[in-house]
Ligand binder design. Structure first.
Ligand code: IVH
Length: 683
């Protein structure tokens, strides 16, 4: 193909692909099959690869995003990006409507739009080409996220006419897509909005392309403005933007009939019908595939908008009617950092105490710097904090920026506890100093804790004393320090010291499947340990051996072990400090290999793998009842002598003891002898 032919073909393909993209993303009406689309796309990409100068900035191939890392530069807005005034009751709203008409000195029409709960975006087009996409930021300056926004199929890269316009809209992620994507996220997002705005800030736009974001555009700022908002919406639709169709138009004047004819899909009525529209939206809200948090009521006549004017915060010609949600408004007083046992540094917001669905919230985790950047959160900002059901409270969004002009909060460059320079890994920052006092304390608490070695008598206060007094520098020292030394410390009597000594002694007999996850290697919990043991890694030496070779391949062959887990395991077990710890624990007599599986289990299906059983009462078929527990072990399960938080199943015979009540409390499954026999028979 000559260059000339290529140019012609590229133009044809571009037009065709553009039509396809528009039909698919904006109108939800695919023109061609996926395969045909891919064929056209690949053909154009091939031409552009051969003749790079033919690859125009608005080429349909540009939507896939690139892997080049890019910063998110700041960009000044050309229009003030204001927020909205709010109302919560029909009375407030009605009095706002009356007041607005009074101030305007004439009858008004109002457009009602759904208030999409997404990420606010301004799309700047110059002579028909998408020049910049900028986040709201502080209303004057936002972040330039153009490359990422280009991956959104519903955003036209080129308009059918060479117009210069700023289009305001909301980027969102459909609920159904959110659910399936969030399940795979490293750090699950609280809601579709956070995932949408989080991914808009990804540095690699190829990652953004994998999140199927969409947009509804709801305001247009044209050089030659129309006379009314509803005509602006028509114009935007005509330019190929994706518009929300759930719109209400209410007026006591004649424009109502005209709008009704032009937009049969809209709800139209007199001003008296406006509140009904809001009520019907409130009812329908749960059935929509996108989240809305209210209705925006806007004056239709644009000349009136100008005369009504603006406050510094919002226009006087629009108001949001907010649906209630389990949220509270509060102010961020400070942001502090916590260093966890793995060295992960977590920023936590200290907020003015606020009551939300029955609990008083004063600390809210902010997860990591990316989350803070996504919120554009600064100290002093007024924020919405949510608490859905029992979940951990989350900062949902900034409601009002602080007046002191504080900028988005930044993690310090060094560890707030030990001063070591922080490292970034994925979304999180880590303190790489394993001797960092907070890491040591965290590791110790984890090691002695309930789900792990379960050492009675050692709680957070004892750990504090042990570390403060230099008696213990890390977990391995628990088995070599002299508990008698504690007697010299006020508050420690003979009884307490005996309890500690006995607790430590008892922990020496904890099985390998408890010892290994207690080491606190990130991602390596009981489940992974179980999988490793089943795959034949039944002792620490076999694991140290793979780690020593530095090749994750043998671990990746195991079903249930992913790349990340395999790599973490190898990296962490290869660390000199970890090796020293393991050797000391070995010397201390800890169980570093799993006991042999009970005889006769070789051919049996492992139906009880991952389960911990306990038994109570007497049985017809199993006498003594331990015989039943042998059946459990032969099929991969664990047997415990008493009911603990780890017990998953309780086998109940005649005249059960107190274990039954306890098992019910910890939520274990209660199994009768008949049910148990049926399980064995099935296997
Ligand atoms: S109009 C000056 N219309 O709500 C006009 N905003 O709390 C201001 N939003 O920042 C915006 N859906 O991000 C408008 N149909 C809609 C909207 C909408 C969602 C967001 C927007 C704004 C926020 C105000």
């Amino acid at each position: 193909m000559t260059r000339k032919e290529a140019q012609k073909r590229a133009a044809e393909l571009s037009t065709e692909l553009r039509d396809c993209q528009r039909a698919y993303f904006v109108e939800s009406r695919p023109l061609v099959s996926d395969a045909e689309y891919d064929r056209l796309f690949d053909e154009l990409a091939a031409i552009e690869a051969r003749y790079p100068d033919l690859a125009l900035p608005d080429s349909p191939t540009r939507r896939v995003g690139s892997d080049l890392t890019q910063e998110l530069p700041e960009a000044a807005h050309e229009i003030p990006v204001l927020s909205l005034d709010k109302s919560y009751t029909a009375e407030e709203l009605s009095s706002w409507i009356a007041k607005t008409a009074r101030n305007a000195g004439r009858e008004l029409s109002f457009v009602c739009e759904e208030k999409i709960d997404g990420a606010s975006m301004v799309l700047y087009y110059e002579e028909g080409l998408l020049a910049r996409a900028v986040t709201r930021g502080n209303g004057l300056v936002g972040n330039d996220v153009t490359a990422n926004v280009k991956t959104i199929g519903a955003v036209p890269l080129r308009l059918p006419r060479p117009v210069t316009v700023a289009a305001r809209g909301e980027v969102f992620l459909a609920r159904s897509l959110f659910d399936s994507i969030n399940a795979k996220m490293e750090e699950p997002y609280a809601n579709p909005r956070n995932l949408a705005s989080g991914s808009l800030r990804r540095v690699k736009s190829s990652e953004v392309a994998s999140i199927p974001l969409s947009i509804f555009v709801y305001e247009g700022y044209f050089k030659d403005a129309a006379a009314t908002h509803h005509e602006t919406l028509e114009e935007l639709e005509d330019l190929g933007f994706r518009m929300n169709t759930r719109i209400g138009f209410f007026s006591d004047g004649p424009s109502r009939t005209k709008v009704k004819d032009r937009h049969p899909g809209w709800r139209t009525g007199s001003l008296g019908d406006l509140v009904d529209f809001i009520e019907s939206e409130r009812r329908e809200r749960k059935n929509l595939d996108y989240e809305i948090d209210g209705i925006v009521v806007k004056v239709d006549e644009l000349s009136v908008r100008e005369s009504l004017g603006y406050t510094g915060h919002h226009p006087r010609w629009a108001i949001a009617f907010k649906f209630e949600s389990p949220e509270g408004a509060t102010t961020v007083r400070a942001i502090e950092t916590q260093v966890g046992r793995t060295g992960r540094v977590t920023p936590v917001a200290r907020v003015e105490p606020v009551r939300i669905s029955g609990a008083t919230i004063s600390n809210v985790t902010l997860h990591n710097q990316e989350y803070i950047d996504m919120l554009e959160l600064a100290i002093g900002d007024k924020v919405a904090v949510s608490r859905r059901g029992d979940v951990i409270p989350a900062v949902e969004r900034v409601l009002e920026k602080n007046e002191a002009g504080a900028a988005t909060w930044q993690l310090p460059a060094t560890c707030p506890v030990c001063g070591t320079r922080l490292l970034k890994q994925g979304a999180h920052h880590f303190c790489p100093n394993e001797a960092c006092p907070d890491q040591v304390r965290g590791r110790l608490s984890f090691f002695v804790g309930r789900g792990q070695m379960d050492i009675e008598g050692i709680g957070p206060e004892t750990i504090e004393v042990l570390v403060e007094n230099g008696l213990v520098r890390d977990v391995e020292d628990l088995y070599s320090f002299d508990p008698e030394k504690l007697l010299e410390i006020p508050g420690f009597g003979g009884k307490k010291v005996t309890q500690i000594r006995e607790g430590i002694e008892k922990s020496r007999s904890q099985p390998f499947h408890v010892v290994f996850p207690s080491l606190g290697i990130p991602d390596i919990g009981q489940k992974v340990t179980e999988i490793l043991i089943e795959a034949g890694y039944r002792d620490i030496d076999s694991l140290l051996e793979v780690a020593g070779k530095g090749d994750p391949a043998p671990l990746l062959e195991i079903h249930g072990i992913g790349e990340r887990t395999a790599e973490t395991l190898i990296r962490e077990l290869a660390r000199p400090r970890m090796r020293r710890r393991i050797e000391k624990l070995r010397k201390a007599g800890l169980q570093l290999s799993e006991g042999e599986p009970p005889a006769g289990s070789a051919d049996l299906p492992r139906i009880f793998a991952g389960q911990t059983w306990c038994v109570t009462g007497s049985f017809e078929q199993f006498n003594p009842r331990e015989k039943a527990m042998e059946e459990v072990q032969r099929r991969g399960g664990r047997a415990g002598a008493s009911v603990t938080s780890k017990t998953t199943h309780l086998l109940v015979g005649a005249n059960p003891g107190s274990k039954l009540e306890k098992a019910q409390k910890v939520g274990a499954t209660i199994v009768t002898e008949r049910e148990f026999l049926a399980l064995l028979a099935k296997s």
